[in-house]
Design a protein. Structure first.
Length: 387
């Protein structure tokens, strides 16, 4: 096991109706707040009104910036930075999913910086200090509600890039599973895939003697798998929604990665796809992850056989571990397909016209992943496996 420092300071407030406390939480960070949200789901669900009411009760002055698109764009981030600077805003409240939260984080990072905020994403500058942010989460998926990262897309060149800094971790996140009842089945499934991918990225490690985190990862994956079909068939099943919502945060709050080095190539490869084709991140992962698995499983057949056995209940064939490993990969694919995800590029209407460009862009800062480092040719092979 590797040495590690684990600190996740996001205060998590979980349960029914908890968004009513958002004003009380936010007021600790000043009385000028930017309310940041997406394309309108929070208005049709009534959440917007409840949040505004709670902020008003605390005497908070609210500035608004809506319109965050899935795969959030740097142009809106720049608008947000200008708005915060102009009005001397002290706190950003993100109400929505990963895209809104990531956009809020990027704004928060840009406010104390003189240059262009994209500098953080193309490696020209490091984030040092952010405005504090808070979250009311409406979709369990990205785990951004307690992560220290943000992923933003630059429309110029369609680069989708991330930036990380501990100060980007939200101060608090309100998680009310009831708020996820209105999610379309497709978005629910994208979220499920994303949270599973966050665990898988950590699970496939070269580190030895990490039994506790292996078992935690397997338990979290099994829980998600056990409840996935229920939330799709019964969108208002509170208990199942609650399990999925909590799993989405646990999957990406760094606890499951302690003592081990995760991989993350599949995420980097997926970002090339959603950067260009603007598909949902979770759908892109359902395509990339199985292809990545097929490309790398021979590197550690034992780990893939363990995954097949403990997560998918595949019986271990000691005389043919490769067969067990491959059965686990097949089960993963079948599961993604069963929840309505595409598992090939073709199913997502994506052809091979950008394969070379995506492989080149994706590896221009060096090989991807840690389990097996992948160069441009390897990434191209993964695109071919995902056809
Ligand atoms: O914009 P609105 O109208 O709110 O609609 C959204 C959006 O269309 C809708 N939605 C959200 N909550 C809803 C709802 N519709 C009905 N009822 C609700 N309760 O769902 C759509 C997708 O929202 P989005 O925020 O894009 O989803 P998600 O949370 O999956 O975020 C995806 C983004 O997060 C990034 C991804 O790359 C992608 O850009 N990621 C961020 C990470 C991080 N910061 O730590 C890590 C992840 O690996 C990921 O890369
Ligand atoms: Zn993800």
């Amino acid at each position: 096991m590797q040495d590690f420092v684990f600190q996740n300071s996001t205060k998590l407030i979980f349960g029914k109706d908890k968004e009513q406390f958002v004003g009380k939480e936010a007021v600790a960070y000043g009385r000028k707040l930017l309310l940041h949200y997406g394309g309108g789901s929070i208005k049709s669900s009534g959440l917007y009104d409840r949040v505004k009411e709670s902020l008003k009760d605390q005497g908070i002055e609210v500035f608004e910036l809506g319109g965050v698109k899935p795969n959030p764009r740097v142009s809106l981030v720049r608008e947000g930075v200008a708005l915060c600077k102009e009005h001397d805003i002290s706190f950003i409240l993100a109400v929505g999913g990963g895209s809104v939260i990531d956009s809020a984080k990027a704004i928060a990072a840009g406010v104390h910086y003189e240059g262009d905020v994209w500098d953080f994403f193309d490696g020209k500058a490091e984030v040092t200090d952010c405005l504090p942010i808070g979250v009311v989460l409406t979709i369990p998926a990205a785990g951004s509600e307690s992560s220290s990262g943000t992923v933003i897309t630059n429309e110029e060149g369609w680069y989708k890039r991330s930036a990380m800094h501990p100060s980007m971790r939200p101060q608090f996140a309100i998680l009310n599973p009831v708020l996820t009842y209105t999610l379309p089945a497709y978005q629910t499934a994208c979220g499920i895939t994303d949270m599973m991918a966050h665990i898988l990225e950590r699970y496939f490690t070269n580190e030895k003697n990490v039994e506790l985190t292996d078992r935690l990862c397997e338990g979290a994956l099994k829980t998600i798998i056990n409840h996935a079909h229920t939330v799709l068939e019964e969108p208002t099943n509170y208990d199942a929604r609650a399990e999925i919502m909590w799993a989405g945060t646990i999957a990406h709050n760094d606890m499951l990665g302690t003592g081990r080095i995760g991989d993350w190539a599949s995420h980097d490869i997926e970002h090339e796809i959603s950067g260009i084709y603007d598909i949902a991140h979770g759908a892109g992962l359902a395509i990339v992850f199985p292809a990545w698995m097929k490309h790398v499983y021979k590197h550690d057949i034992n780990r893939f056989a363990q995954f097949a056995n403990r997560v998918w209940d595949v019986e271990i064939d000691l005389n043919n571990l490769e067969k067990t490993a491959l059965a686990g990969i097949r089960k993963t694919e079948e599961f993604f397909s069963s929840i309505g995800m595409p598992i090939t590029l073709k199913e997502a209407n994506i052809g091979d016209e950008h394969f070379s460009e995506m492989a080149k862009k994706g590896t221009e800062r060096g090989p991807l992943g840690n389990f097996v480092p992948l160069d441009e040719t390897n990434v191209l092979e993964i695109f071919n496996l995902a056809r």
